[in-house]
Unconditional design. Sequence first.
Length: 327
Amino acid sequence: MWRSRLAWFYLAVVALAWALGEWGAEASVPTLLLAYLPPVVWLLPAPLVLCWTLIRRDGRRRGWATAVLASALAAWGAGLLHSAFAPAPATSAAALRVVTFNTARGTRIAPDKMAANLRAMNADVLMLQETRFMDSDYRAALVAGLPDYALHSAGEVMTLISLKQSRLPVLKTQVFAAPGSNRQYLQTTLGWRGQRLRVVNVHLNTVLLSRALAGDWDSVGRTRDVRNQQVGLLEQIAAAESGPLLLAGDLNTPPRGRLYRRLIRAYGPDAHDQAGRGPGWTFPSLYLRIDHALARGLQPVRVQVLPDAGSDHLPLLVEYALTQTGE
């Protein structure tokens, strides 16, 4: 009987952690930490619990079904079951290729090699974050290696528009100061297929779990409040105009919680949720998906986390088609 209780306890812990992280999230520091904890943590006990429910001399498997259910819930929360059996999406020559990539300030690769990696992505729109490079000469060398792109930048974000396609004229750029930090958000308005497309490149402040582990919960709370203000600004940007809109970048936000849902309501669905496959981890060292592309008036036809390009983040590629209404 106690083996069955163990399985039920595991199921209760996983369900409670998921619910508090999803619906409580930024409401308090403890639930915030649950939301931002790598979800694979809840999978770690699964092999032990599953094996433990099988160890019976009489051959009866008490709690086995419950343990399987708890393990499946943990795997789903970690994104391992996301579109696992969906057919591979087809690419389209008419699609808009967008890549968002946190460059880690150029600390892991030479600028010429990073430029070569970026060129190989063949993106129409490149959205880079952490471009206040450690080496003062890095930026110039990187840009020199991308001659087929027009550069627009603000603070530590850069948006590069392909010059190979005359279909993407830049109509306007706007810079917004991110509350509570020295960061800036960059909005680039493009002409695409007869419509105005606003592209917003952002890098939200980071919730550092290490500070919570060190007991500095006040710092985590302050970061939470700053991020709330930053999302409020992004909501204002989204509401300023109608029409096609794309938000992409390092949001430092897993696909759960209150702030994530606010961004979805303001900017539209997450591309990975619509067309991605598997967990989509863009920050592989912690098995997290924190780099996102959200859009309204655009339909993702292909989503792919690209191979290592010289950062602790992985690039996220999304190919978009314009919806019929563009709304």
